[in-house]
Design a binder for this molecule. Structure first.
Ligand code: S3P
Length: 429
C-alpha cells in the first residue's frame, strides 16, 4: 500500500476530461454480454471495478477484447452465458456483485459470487429478498446476508412488484436484469429516484421498459440487440476537479464531456446553491445520456442543507461535498444519507474523523453530518480504509490545507480513476 503526500496549491488551470462513467461502463459490459451481436463501448472506464466485471463475463464464456479506449463485447444473447469454473470475484465492486446476481439468478447453472473484505461486509439482503420473491435460489454462504452469495441454477423466475425500502440503482438494476428472464412483468418502486442508466440502456437495446416517476416496469420477451455505446465522462470523477477548481484561489478549469444525467447531477444543483462559479456549456446527448462541459473557478461558498430526494443523485459525491463544506462559510447539514455507512467504507465515520483531524468542526449523525465550515484546515494523516472516494476527496481537501496531507493509501484511486494524482499535479501549482 503506497502513501502519498499532497501540498496546498494556489493555481489551477486547464481543459481536461475525466475517465468514462463507471456505472455506464459496468452496464455496457453486462448488457452487451447478454445482447445478440457485437457491442463496442468507447470511453470505457479502465479501472479495477470495471475490469472485475469484464473478468466475470470472460469466466462465463464471453469474448471481450480491449482495443485502445474501446472494449468490444461479443454478446451471446440472453441465454448464452456458460457456467463459471470457480467463484466469480467482483473484487471491490458492489455494482458488479448486485447487478450480476440478478442475471445469475435466472441462469440454468449454479454459481458463487464474492469479492474482497470490504464487499463481504456490505448488505446483500436488499437483493436476496426481491430475488427470492421472484423464485431465485440465492443465499448467503455464511448466513449473514453478505457475500459470498450462492446462487442455485435452474430456477424459474416470476415477475414481481418490489417496493424497495432503499433508493438504490444497484438494487433496482439487479431486479430489472432478473426481470428480463421472468414470467410476467417486473416492477420496482423506489422511495426516491436513483440513477437510471439501466433503464436508458435497456430501452436503447430493445427491451420493453416503461417508467413513471419512481416506478419502472420491465415487460419481458424482447431480445436485446447489441448497439455501440459512447460512454461520457463520470460526474463522480469530475466532482473532484470541480471541487478543486472552486477551492484553489486562482485560475479556471474546464472539464469536458461530463455525464450530467439528472439522476446523477445533484452536485451541480447543490454547488450552485452554495454559491459556486460554475457554468455548463455544450449540452448534448451522448448515447442517450445528457453530457456537457463544466467550467469552474474559485468561489466563496456558503453552507446549505442537503437532504431528501436529491440524496441518491449525489450519494457518491457527498464525501467531496463534505470537504467543500468544511471550507465554506456557515453550516452545512447533510441528512437522509444513511446509505453512506454501507458504501466501500462507513463514509460518515471516515469523513467525520478525517475532517476533524484536519481541524474542521463536524458532528456526525445517523443519516449524515453537520459541518460548521470556515475553520482553517491543516494537513495530517488521512485514513482512507482503501476507499477510493475518501482518498480522492481528501486529496482535494489537501489542496486547501496548510502543511502536508498524507493519504495512507494512494493505490485505491485505481478502482475508479487511474491517473488521478498525475492529473491533479498537471493542472495545479
Ligand atoms: C451505483 C449505484 C450507487 C452508487 C454506486 C454505483 C450503480 O449505489 O453509490 O457507486 O452503478 O448502480 P447504490 O445503488 O447502492 O446506491
Amino acid at each position: 500500500m503506497n502513501t502519498i503526500d499532497i501540498l496546498k496549491k494556489s493555481n489551477i488551470n486547464g481543459v481536461i476530461t475525466v475517465p468514462g462513467d463507471k456505472s455506464i461502463s459496468h452496464r455496457g459490459v453486462m448488457l452487451g454480454a447478454i445482447s445478440k451481436g457485437q457491442t463496442r463501448l468507447s470511453g470505457f472506464l479502465d479501472g479495477a471495478d470495471c475490469a472485475a466485471t469484464i473478468d466475470c463475463f470472460r469466466q462465463m464464456g464471453i469474448k471481450i477484447e480491449k482495443e485502445a479506449e474501446n472494449v468490444i463485447i461479443h454478446g451471446k444473447g440472453l441465454n448464452g452465458l456458460c457456467a463459471p469454473n470457480g467463484t466469480l470475484d467482483v473484487k471491490n465492486s458492489g455494482t458488479t456483485l448486485r447487478l450480476l446476481s440478478g442475471i445469475l439468478s435466472a441462469m440454468p447453472f449454479s454459481s458463487v459470487i464474492s469479492g474482497d473484505a470490504s464487499i463481504q461486509k456490505r448488505p446483500m439482503k436488499r437483493i436476496i429478498d426481491p430475488l427470492t420473491k421472484m423464485g431465485a435460489g440465492i443465499h448467503s454462504e455464511n448466513d449473514n446476508n453478505c457475500a459470498p452469495l450462492i446462487i442455485d441454477g435452474g430456477k424459474e423466475l416470476n415477475g414481481i412488484t418490489w417496493n424497495s425500502p432503499v433508493a438504490s440503482a444497484q438494487v433496482k438494476s439487479c431486479i430489472l436484469f432478473a426481470g428480463l428472464y421472468a414470467n410476467g412483468d417486473t416492477t420496482v418502486v423506489e422511495p426516491s429516484l436513483s440513477r437510471d442508466h439501466s433503464e436508458r440502456m435497456l430501452k436503447a437495446l430493445g427491451a420493453d421498459i416503461t417508467t413513471d416517476g419512481n416506478t419502472v416496469t420491465l415487460h419481458p420477451g424482447n431480445m436485446l440487440n447489441a448497439s455501440d455505446i459512447h460512454i461520457p465522462g463520470d460526474i463522480s470523477s469530475a466532482a473532484y476537479f470541480i471541487a478543486a477548481g472552486l477551492l484553489v484561489p486562482h485560475g479556471q478549469l474546464t472539464i469536458q464531456n461530463v455525464n450530467i444525467n439528472p439522476t446523477r447531477a445533484g452536485i451541480i444543483t447543490v454547488l450552485k446553491e452554495m454559491g459556486a462559479n460554475l457554468t455548463i456549456e455544450n449540452k448534448r446527448l451522448v448515447s442517450g445520456e445528457e453530457t456537457a462541459d463544466i467550467t469552474v473557478s474559485h468561489s466563496n461558498l456558503h453552507g446549505t442543507v442537503i437532504s431528501g430526494d436529491i440524496i441518491p443523485a449525489l450519494i457518491d459525491e457527498l464525501p467531496v461535498i463534505a470537504v467543500l463544506s468544511a471550507f465554506a462559510e456557515g453550516t452545512t447539514t447533510i441528512r437522509d444519507a444513511s446509505e453512506l455507512k454501507v458504501k466501500e467504507s462507513d463514509r460518515i465515520s471516515l469523513i467525520t474523523d478525517n475532517l476533524t483531524n484536519m481541524g474542521a468542526d463536524v458532528t456526525p449523525c445517523d443519516d449524515g453530518m453537520i459541518i460548521h465550515g470556515g475553520k482553517p484546515l491543516r494537513g495530517g494523516l488521512i485514513r482512507t480504509a482503501s476507499d477510493h472516494r475518501i482518498a480522492m476527496s481528501f486529496a482535494i481537501a489537501a489542496l486547501g490545507a496548510e502543511g502536508v496531507t498524507t493519504l495512507d493509501n494512494s493505490d485505491c484511486v485505481n478502482i475508479s480513476f487511474p491517473g488521478f494524482f498525475e492529473q491533479i499535479n498537471s493542472i495545479t501549482s
